[in-house]
Write a protein that binds this ligand. Sequence first.
Ligand code: CP
Length: 301
Amino acid sequence: MSNRSLVSISDYNKEEILEILDAAADFEANPNRSTLKGKVIATLFFEPSTRTRLSFETAVLRLGGSVIGFSDAATSSSVKGETLNDTIRMVSCYADAIVMRHPFEGAARYAAEISPVPIINAGDGANQHPSQTLLDLYSILKTQGTLDNLKICVAGDLKYGRTVHSLIMAMSYFHPSFRFIAPEELKLNEEYRIFCLRNNIPFEETTELNENINDADILYMTRVQRERFQDLMEYERVKNVYTLKNSMLENTKPNLRILHPLPRVAEISPDVDKNEKAYYFQQAQNGLYIRQAIISKVLSI
Ligand code: CP
């Protein structure tokens, strides 16, 4: 693997994470530069995206670079049977770095192992979404003034939600305590519960959302990931398991902020949007600055 790739959040240590957050603050103060002039970044999205692709592309354009790629794999030669290996080898002939989203867990690691240019994982199946996690951390830092010793409630699809998996790993540096809120069918995978135990991260698990958010500093809501279900009947049973409503926020802490990687479906009622504790749209905007920082880091600029 090129050691400049970002495949898993565990590819960055605590110092590198803090370095990215610092750089993002600089980019937020001054997002328009020409540091990527002459550079070409490829965005290869084998799965749909709004925020991740557009914010990566905006990040490049605002730094003076150029973008190539596809937003729909059906327009690429993968539909003719071209392998991921060949696609990556070809695109790396044209681009200085590749941002890739793929439905298969491990696809980004595989790409990084064969690519001569850095790979940035924009989500691989239910596995990892490290750039989302860095923008989540930046959002937590901006709203709480610290990353340390926070109570974080994570609710929804903890089984398939890749942003949850990356977030747990990244927060392990900052002494969090977690409350995982999910129905039985969408409980956090054993792998991440073991990760918490090994890293002395206290956590509780519950199936109830209401009554379990009043002591939280961060409430991280997630969408039930329809595209990961083998059995759509099971999806139908759990799809509306939680809906956060404005009335449920009455007794929450003043510093509580509600995050969501978006897109949302039904898990946050629109009546929450006007509450000052709703932060998910600003969170998505923060993605632009974080992605400017990530691209600059992988290209050593
Ligand atoms: N948060 C996120 O990954 O959103 P998109 O699927 O729109 O990129």
